[in-house]
Design a protein around this ligand. Sequence first.
Ligand SMILES: Nc1ncnc2c1ncn2[C@@H]1O[C@H](COP(=O)(O)OP(=O)(O)O)[C@@H](O)[C@H]1O
Ligand SMILES: [Mg+2]
Length: 227
Amino acid sequence: MSLREYEALTAGTTTYSADRHGPKVLGLGGGRCLKLFRRKRLLSSSALIPYAKRFAVAAERLAQRGIRCVRVRQVARVPAIHRHLVEYDYLAGETLRAELVAAMDQPGQLGDLMGRHAAFIAELHRQRVYFRAVHFNNVIVCPDGELGLIDISEAHVGRLALTPAKRARNFRPMVKYDEDRAALLAYGVERFLADYLAAASLPPRAERRFRRALARIDPLLAGTMAR
Ligand SMILES: Nc1ncnc2c1ncn2[C@@H]1O[C@H](COP(=O)(O)OP(=O)(O)O)[C@@H](O)[C@H]1O
Ligand SMILES: [Mg+2]
């Protein structure tokens, strides 16, 4: 994409997120978003498969598995600004993090959201999806109540079933940010894990391995029923 085409595409946009290198996510209007990716290091895996491309591949594979996520319109390279970009559709709804913060003093609403999220994570794992950045700001609560994924360049949709240890590792991003931890604590970590395990229905040995792996990741996740 030429600089002129890029400037035409991004004229009059809203910035949804930015960092010290500039805008990262732009609202293009008409229900479309644009995410910009810069190459962080000269010799990095993104040189092989740019994150923009990974984003598009993940979107396709997630949709094939029936997981709600953004729909990609185009992937492009803009040499003039040293960026790759993905244009995709906005997923109507609020982030799970924003919904949970708003529901902190409404136990019923908080319970409903957290229960559904536990089942959603179990469904991702059942579909062999390992999304490294699955914290609550990359999950959207859609108007029809379904949960969907955004920011998916690190969503790996695999062929092999996820091991109990890998499932446990995927809880790390959920306890990384203070707001997400606060929501988990308000709901009850053991309750969230029980909801997840009820939906995942792992064999007893796998469940024990999962619990042991969780405890090694963060004491918060040690729960009460392991051992
Ligand atoms: N498709 C989308 N639908 C809804 N909100 C979005 C969408 N894409 C981005 N956003 C909003 O923009 C914010 C940043 O987007 P994201 O892709 O998560 O970028 P980053 O985490 O790199 O800042 C999100 O937290 C969300 O509020
Ligand atoms: Mg994000």
